[in-house]
Design a protein around this ligand. Structure first.
Ligand code: XMP
Length: 517
């Protein structure tokens, strides 16, 4: 296995995903873990991530000394290369020009790491690569034992190597897809240089996870809040495979779900997989508490609190329950240097099942804690969940509650459900559903004048939103074809009486957020 030390780069999780994609297990830990931790982790190799700081300044993070004392290969990326160079006796300077974006680099020396890896060769026959740079600082003097591996005019030490100790440093980012040979470089590092085997794969993970769940849980009963989202669905399917009847899922229908969603969830789990699911129809209760409330944050709080209440009530009926299962996934778990130190603003108070365990006195079962989203999906397919469920867009916990602007009313929810279903149906039929990361309709509680046939209408507006994003932190709106938008608009206005106007949201994030509330 590989240890990744995080210096706060926005790409750290990508490094981990790339390593996992080569079928090697890895974990991300903050750069300030103890030397003892590093010894005990027993990695076959270590990768030092990039980071936002400057090695040229004092008081910026350094790697624990153990990283360089264990006699195992180390790959430093960007800031990771700079700390390695600085700590091993080289020099790093802040250069006036930042280098950002594509760069063409040449291999200067043959190394075990880069052997045969290139995009093309230049006139002198030297291997050339297109890579992605993003840095201000540069390594200006190599530490003893190092040689230049890759260079270009702007960055003479674009990559360096001490082959005797198997220490490598790269100023560019092999983990991003813009570096075309990045995958090959990472694969070469973890397999050939570190000697890791191809032993991380989904069928094996599944068998091991099933074994772990069985031995942890024993004969206890487990409850799980099933939302119909990817994570809780896969967790439910996995745990059910492990302990069958000992698992009870609670599916809370808050009245703010999409069209036919409750039925789909019940069909998939209860009918097809034979999972015990308690379907709680709490729509009236939720909408009752939301009556007269227009403030988005207050709505979120009410929906979150209500969920906890309903869930607890149901959980209390499952007398022997000792465990609460959750679909927590690795990105939720990683205590990255970035996540820890850069405390983000609360733009929206997202809710999930997180508030439950304390009050319920249940032990936590989180079998997906080690998996990235794409691995969770793969596991879902391995477990036999339907493709559409495993690849569905994310849906916020408060559901349509944050897609009906202002006060939530049953009438609004009904109109929105039908408009949204038409939008999604048309996206799926035209192949655009997969191209978008998230798409949905938003209900605007304003009326505008229209004309249908010979009559005047005075009805509500629906906004359509489709975005493309990697991490949901930033997003672009999707350039859907006009003909498709026209068809969707036409269908919504014709089929959903009460809506006479459809608009398309062309705002990016930032400055807008993905949801409207
Ligand atoms: P925003 O609107 O903040 O959304 O750009 C980013 C992503 O988070 C989802 N989202 C939520 N998910 N509870 C959730 O579980 C929430 O309260 C919530 N609010 C937004 C949103 O759908 C998008 O995928």
């Amino acid at each position: 296995k590989i240890l990744i030390l995080d210096f706060g780069s926005q790409y750290t999780q990508l490094i981990a995903r790339r390593v996992r994609e080569t079928n090697v297990y890895c974990e991300v830990h903050p750069c300030d873990v103890s030397s003892q931790f590093i010894h005990d982790f027993a990695a076959q190799g270590i990768i030092l991530s990039g980071g936002p700081n400057s090695v040229a300044e004092d008081e910026t993070p350094r790697a624990p000394q153990a990283v360089f004392d264990l006699g195992i290969p180390v790959l430093g990326i960007c800031y990771g290369m700079q700390v390695m160079a600085a700590q091993l006796g080289g020099a790093v300077e802040t250069s006036k020009v930042r280098e950002f974006g594509y760069a063409e680099v040449r291999a200067e020396n043959r190394t075990a790491l880069m052997r045969d890896i290139h995009d093309r060769t230049d006139a002198e026959g030297k291997p050339v690569l297109d890579v992605w740079m993003s840095h201000g600082d540069k390594v200006t003097a190599l530490p003893p034992g190092f040689k230049v591996m890759i260079s270009n005019a702007a960055t003479p030490n674009a990559a360096i190597a001490d082959e005797a100790r198997k220490f490598y440093g790269m100023q560019f980012h092999p983990e991003v897809t813009h570096t075309l040979q990045g995958k090959a470089i990472i694969e070469r590092f973890v397999h050939e240089i570190c000697g890791a085997g191809y032993d991380w794969n989904m069928p094996d993970f599944m068998e091991e996870a099933i074994g772990r769940i069985r031995s942890e849980v024993g004969t206890d009963e487990v409850i799980l809040g099933l939302s119909g989202g990817v994570d809780s669905s896969v967790a439910a399917a996995l745990i059910h495979r492990a302990i069958g009847e000992q698992l009870t899922c609670v599916f809370v229908d808050n009245g703010l779900l999409r069209l036919n969603e409750a039925k789909q969830v019940m069909d998939t789990f209860s009918r097809n997989l034979g999972v015990k699911v308690i379907h709680v129809d709490a729509g009236k209760e939720f909408l009752g508490h939301l009556q007269g409330v227009a403030d988005p944050e207050q709505k979120r709080r009410i929906i979150g609190r209500e969920f906890v209440e309903v869930f607890q009530r149901e959980a209390a009926r499952i007398a022997n329950a000792r465990w609460l299962a959750q679909g927590t996934i690795y990105p939720d778990v990683i205590e990255s240097a970035g996540g820890k130190t850069k405390k983000a603003h609360t733009i929206k108070s997202h809710h999930n099942v997180g508030g439950l365990p304390d009050t319920l006195h249940l032990k936590l079962l989180e079998p997906l804690r080690e998996l990235f989203k794409d691995e969770v999906r793969e596991l879902g397919l391995t477990l036999g969940l339907p493709h559409d469920m495993v690849y569905r867009h994310p849906f916020p916990g408060p559901g349509l509650g944050v897609r009906i602007l202002g006060e939530v009313k049953y009438e609004y929810a009904e109109l929105l459900r039908r408009a949204d279903a038409i939008f999604i149906e048309e996206l799926r039929a035209s192949g655009w559903y997969e191209k978008a990361s998230q798409a949905f309709a938003v209900f605007l509680p304003v009326k505008s004048v229209g004309v249908m046939g010979d009559g005047r209408t005075y009805d509500y507006v629906v906004a359509l939103r489709a975005v493309k994003t990697e991490d949901f932190m930033t997003a672009h709106w999707v350039e859907l074809p006009y003909t498709l938008l026209a068809r969707i608009s036409n269908r919504i206005v014709n089929e959903v009486r009460g809506i006479n106007r459809v608009v398309y949201d062309i705002s990016g994030k930032p400055p807008a957020t993905i949801e409207w509330e």
